[in-house]
Ligand binder design. Sequence first.
Ligand SMILES: Nc1ncnc2c1ncn2[C@@H]1O[C@H](COP(=O)(O)OP(=O)(O)O)[C@@H](O)[C@H]1O
Ligand SMILES: CC(C)(COP(=O)(O)O)[C@@H](O)C(=O)NCCC(=O)O
Length: 359
Amino acid sequence: MLSSSKLKPSLCDNSVSRNKGKIRGQVRYNLGSMVWSVPLSTIAVLDRLKFKATGGGAYKFADMFKERLGVSIEKEDEMNCLVSGANFLLKAIHHEAFTHFKGQKKIVQIDHNDLFPYLLVNIGSGVSMIKVDGDGKYERVSGTNVGGGTFWGLGRLLTKCKSFDELLELSQQGDNRELDKLVEDIYGGDYSKIGLSKGTIAASFGKPISNNKELEDYRPEDISMSLLRMISNNIGQIAYLNALRFKLKRILFGGFFIRGHAYTMDTISDAVHFWSKGDAKAMFLRHEGFLGALGAFMSYEKHGLDDLMAHQFVERFPMGAPSEGGKIHGPSPGNLSDKASIVIDFDSDMLCSLYNIEI
Ligand SMILES: Nc1ncnc2c1ncn2[C@@H]1O[C@H](COP(=O)(O)OP(=O)(O)O)[C@@H](O)[C@H]1O
Ligand SMILES: CC(C)(COP(=O)(O)O)[C@@H](O)C(=O)NCCC(=O)O
C-alpha cells in the first residue's frame, strides 16, 4: 500500500530523454526497497495528475499529497487491490511462491490454470483472510485484529525498541521458553494422549505468573521472541481453520509484517503443519509487502495485466544474470530474499492519454 514509510517518491532525471518533441520517462517500482521514480514529463502536468493508492494511507495522506506535491490520490479498494496484486504476482513473476518450513525454503511451481481457489492471508497492521476464486472474484472470509500492528505495538511497549527492525532482530537472540509456559512446565513431559509434545507452548507469556523472577529481569530479547511466536502461531492457526472451512488447499501469506523473515515464516508454517497434521502447507510470496500497491497500479484501466504482460513488463533481479540460462528466471532458492524489480516503461503520450491531458 502507498504509505509514507514505504513510498519515497524521487524525481529521477537520468531516466529521461527527448526524442522528436516527445519526452520519455520511466516509472520504476523497485519492490525490494520501493524506490519510485516519477518521469520528468510529469512535472509539467503534476497538478493534473491522479495517482492510484489504496489502504488507510490513501485516505489519510490524500490531502498531504495534494498540498505538497499537487497530486490527487484516487482511492482504490484495499481488498480489490490485495487480490489483484497477488494474482498479478502469481501469474507474472517466476518463482513468486515458496514454502519455508524448518529453515528450508522451497519454490512452489503454481500452474496458472490451477491457481484458484486459494486463501490469501494479508498480515499488515491487522490481518485479512480472503478466499480468492479468480481475477476480481473473492470474499473476505475472516480476519484477526492480532496482527503486525500488535507485534510492533506490544513489542514497543514491552521492550522500548525504537524500530520494527530492531524488535525483529532482537527476537533472534531470544529464547521464548523464558516467558512461555510449555506443556512440560505443566505436565512434566509430553501430554501424548492429546498429541502435545513437551516442547509445545501451552500458554504464551504464561511463565511470569508463577516464576519468582523480578519482572524487570525478563530480557527484551526473550519478550520479543515470545511475542513473535505468539502472533505468528495464532495467525497460522486461524488461517488453516479458514482454509479447512472453505476446503482450500492453498494458503498464501503476504503483508508487510512478514518481511522475508525466516523465523516468522517458519512459525506460521509450523502452526499450519501442526493443526493440519501435515496435510496443509503455508506458502509465502517473494513480494509479500506490496500486494496492495501493485493492485492499485493494476487498476489503471488502460494499464491492465494483459497489457503489461504483453509489452512493458520487465522483471529484473538484483543478482544480475539469471541463475539458469535462457529467458529471465527467478533467483535460485538460496536467493529468495532478493526481490525482483518491476520496471514499467511508458512515454509522455501514454501518460497523457491515461489522464486525458494535452501538452
Ligand atoms: N519498517 C517497518 N516499520 C513499521 N512496521 C513494519 C516495518 N516493517 C514491517 N512492519 C510491519 O508491517 C505492519 C504494517 O503493515 P502494512 O501493510 O504497512 O499495514 P498498514 O496498511 O496498516 O499500514 C506493521 O504493523 C509491522 O508489523
Ligand atoms: C482493517 C484492515 C483491513 C486494514 O488493513 P491493514 O492496514 O491492517 O493492512 C485490517 O487491519 C484488518 O483486517 N483487521 C482485522 C479486523 C478483523 O477482522 O478483526
